[in-house]
Write a new protein. Sequence first.
Length: 153
Amino acid sequence: MEPTPQQPIKKFKTFTYHTGVEWKSERQGLLRSEGKPDVLVSSPPEFKGIPGVWTPEDLFVAALEICQMSTFLAFGIRKGIPLKSYKSSAEGLLENVDGKYRFTKITVKPEIVVEQSWTKKQVEELVHTAHENCLIGNSISAEVLVEPTIILQ
C-alpha cells in the first residue's frame, strides 16, 4: 500500500549499541560498554568455562527476560497499570540441531502483582502486547513462551 498525500511515510529511528570484550585469562574475559559496569564473562562450565561467571548463554536468556519486562513496563505505564510488583524467571533450552548448538526455546515466567482495579484479562492482554513487541524476542529464531502468573491484590 503506497502512502497517499494525506498519509506521510512514518520514519523510524535507528539505534546502534556498542560493546567490547577483552580476554583476561584462560576462558575468561571482561565485557564492557561505555558508562556501565564491567562484567566478567566466560564460556559455561559445560563447555569448559569457569563456574560462577556470566556466560553468553546466560546473557542471551537474560536479554530476552529483561526485554519482556521492559516492554511490559513501557506499555503498562502508558495504560496506567496499578503495578505492585513484577519479578520473573527464565529458562533457555540449548540443543544440538543439525550438528550445531542453538537455543530452540526460551520460557519467561513473570509473576505480576497488580491492584484489584484491574482484571487478570487486562494484565494478560498487556503481557501478550509486550511479548508481541519485545525486540529481542522478535530478533531471534528460538520459540519464545511467556507464562505469567497474575495476582490481584
